[in-house]
Design a protein around this ligand. Structure first.
Ligand SMILES: *Cc1c(COP(=O)(O)O)cnc(C)c1O
Length: 363
């Protein structure tokens, strides 16, 4: 079976460095936050061209705290897309605010910027674009609308480490940028992890307190905070892995170009917008016979994924938002048609060719 993702291959290539970094933390016993996490915050923020990085325990926590730092809470509305991982929407709900959906652009799978203004009400406080699959949302019009209405822009960059919009790294384009280091992400920890990056020192100060019980210093709780701290081990591991991210990203882009070339015209390959440096967290093709294609690929030994089969507005857990089938036609059609092919830096080119042939023979 050609796997969708192979984390063992990557570990095999960097084993000695990782093991040394892990040993160092075991010896110095800085298991929560500590020097390695502080160093990783600085290095990752610099990598995103941001002034501050605040490491947390998950990407979901990064979104939750970014929203809280922006002052969002009960009675507020936050605009986002329904075609995303559920965490984007869950984080909005954690604050007590209401998610308000806008459909996706059918080509980029990111927020349709022409529909944002119609969704703004007196309660709207923020826009939360998602850089889905590793392609940035169209940030310029989003920032322009946000400025005009006095809204905060929080980027969900969980799938888009090192992605660029018009030459600018994502995460530092809006007011706050949120990353996940879930193992399968483009920069993955060996456990859970996340980070908020920002250029705003007040947000950074608030975020540092919120992730650690709202403390300004030990046992002085200024805010009602959370236990959202990053592990020392993850900080040490992520520091090692960050040094490889440029190379890994380039490998993903080379794989994507080869897929683009080899895949038959019967499937729609991803469209890269002119403004975008796509980092291919996901390489998703589209087919009207998606389920049959997935089944036939599986029979031929190719593992695939679907990101995501049900848009969040149609998930049972969010029925209370009172959306209906048909409310977001582009998101619903994408959910029925997308199929994610194997994509990871170490994917052997031989396997990529086998996958492409299997797709040709399956449509
Ligand atoms: C992975 C992901 C998250 C959540 O990150 P976790 O680290 O798993 O909590 C949020 N948004 C998107 C778009 C994601 O892909």
């Amino acid at each position: 079976m050609i796997p969708f993702l192979d984390l063992k291959a990557q570990y095999g290539n960097i084993k000695d460095e990782i093991n040394a970094a892990v040993s160092k933390v075991l010896e110095n016993t800085q298991f929560i936050l500590g020097d390695e996490v502080t160093a990783f915050e600085k290095e990752f923020a610099a990598y995103c061209d941001a002034d501050y990085g605040i490491a947390v325990n998950t990407g979901t926590s990064a979104l939750h705290l970014a929203l809280l730092a922006a002052g969002i809470g009960a009675g507020d509305e936050v605009i986002t897309i329904p075609f995303t991982f559920v965490a984007t929407v869950a984080a909005i709900c954690y604050t007590g605010a209401t998610p308000v959906f806008v459909d996706i652009d059918p080509v980029s799978y990111t927020i349709d910027v022409t529909q944002i203004e119609a969704a703004i009400t007196e309660r709207t406080k923020a826009i939360l674009p998602v850089h889905l699959y590793g392609q940035p949302a169209d940030m310029e019009p989003i920032l322009e609308i946000a400025r005009r209405y006095g809204l905060t822009v929080i980027e969900d960059a969980a799938q888009a480490h090192r992605s660029e919009y018009k030459g600018q790294r994502v995460g530092s384009i809006g007011d706050l940028g949120c990353f996940s280091f879930y193992p399968g992400k483009n920069l993955g920890a060996y456990g859970e992890g996340g980070m908020v990056v920002t250029n705003n020192p007040e947000y950074a100060h608030t975020l540092r307190m919120l992730r650690d019980w709202g403390q300004e210093c030990k046992y002085h709780h200024i805010l009602k905070g959370y236990n959202y701290r990053m592990d020392g081990l993850q900080g040490a591991i992520l520091r090692v892995k960050l040094r490889y991210l440029d190379g890994w990203t380039e490998a993903r882009r080379v794989h994507a170009a080869l897929y683009d070339e080899l895949l038959p015209s019967g499937v729609k390959t991803p469209t890269v917008l002119p403004y975008s440096h796509h980092v291919y967290h996901i390489y998703a093709v589209r087919s009207q016979q998606r389920d049959a294609l997935q089944k036939r690929l599986h029979e031929q030994g190719v593992q695939t994924g679907i990101h995501y089969p049900i848009p969040v507005h149609l998930q049972q857990a969010y029925a209370e938002l009172k959306y209906q089938p048909g409310d977001f036609p582009c998101a619903e059609l994408a959910a029925n048609e997308v199929l994610s092919l194997p994509m990871y830096p170490e994917l052997p080119q031989e396997d990529l060719k086998i996958i492409s042939t299997a797709v040709r023979e399956s449509i």
